[in-house]
Design a protein around this ligand. Sequence first.
Ligand code: FCB
Length: 481
Amino acid sequence: MPDANLRFPPGFLWGAATAAYQIEGAAREDGRTPSIWDAFSHTPGKVLGGDTGDVACDHYHRWREDVRLLADLGLKAYRFSVSWPRVQPTGRGPAARRGLDFYRALVDELLAHGITPMVTLYHWDLPQELESGLPGGGPAGGGWPERDTAERFAEYAGIVAGALGDRVELWTTLNEPWCSAFLGYGSGVHAPGRTDPAAALRAAHHLNLAHGLGARALRAALPARARIGVSLNPSAVRPLTSSPADLDARRRIDALANRVFTGPMLRGAYDDDLLADTARVTDWAFVRDGDLDVTRQPLDFLGINYYSPAVVSAASPSGAPRHDGHGGGDHSPWPGADSLVSFHRAPGELTAMDWPVDPTGLKDLLLEYTAQAPGVPLYVTENGAAYDDKPEGGAVHDPDRVRYLHGHLSAVHAAIREGADVRGYFLWSLMDNFEWAYGYSKRFGAVYVDYETQRRTPKSSARWYAKVAASGELPRAVAEG
Ligand code: FCB
């Protein structure tokens, strides 16, 4: 029956995702201390329009309404992140009861509506004191380039596991450590805004270590039914041509975007070509004996975040020197490869981020990680698109987003048919929110947020996605619901 709908496996989790700093607001309430994103967004010139997460979607006060939105859309799962400085102010020492109570209440409300929570421990909001140190001769800080930050993360993981472990089964340690390391410390377009290639590589290693130590801490504190994973944003990186020089550019970016994390996490090693390519930047002496056993923890699932593919060639005048998808900057996020590789725009129509729409990248990644991590189930922990949505007569009509979602869900279905064990899909994002260096100018939500009134309006894509989630079937052709 060629025109039958595409049916997803029974039990497939249909969800939506958010992150703490992007939606919560309440930046100074209940003992929360600043994160690196508070400091960064309050630094003039760092975020478009001077936007900050001070109020964001005011989710810290409107969480009941937001859970109701999820429930009204019939979604079965919700991926959110815990704000570290809300539950452990300054990143050291005792937990903050009121911060933990917020997440306990949120989880209880989700469960009461039959919605499965997936907790992300770290979605980029490092307590500022772990970056800048405590004033008055306290601990020195230094952020992710320092080993201590990984150890602090494990302690924080234990705190959250202790508070939510009886009611949350799905856990991820880190969200997109590539962005934390290479945009935070390399190109500097993300917090804390440093531009030091060696620090970016040190950060990558300590994020790998944090993942390993954090996964161990979770495993020790959680019941056996807990499932622990990590959300990566692997780059679907393609060579411009099949020339040896372009294939080598692809190899370099694959090492710096992907294998720098999957090597230590899945195989317990940094690949030789990565070490050689970056030898002028660092000698990697910060990797200590035993670290790579810690970074390689058994994973119960792997989270894949995907938006758009990358096309690379050997350095050429027709390409751009760098590309990171999250906002230019004058410095490269590619230590050791910046002068050797050029980036080119993949074909396809563009979203409001100027990211080309190409679902084949998602299918390729799902099949590639099925091969790289045999037996490890996959979740698409983020996928979605920004468009210039405008309310008209009380409704928001976003056919481009419906087409984007249809294309990418079809790709997920195709990957499953070809053997990928994909257990769920989390649309980025439940609602419009603070899009990092772009502030509120980019809208990724299935639900429109009017930031003046905090009114939420489901877009037509939300209705369409709700139907897919309710039926577990994707129409072959796109028809907006
Ligand atoms: C991902 C981030 C998420 C959001 C989307 C658009 O890289 O994890 O917070 O910004 O991009």
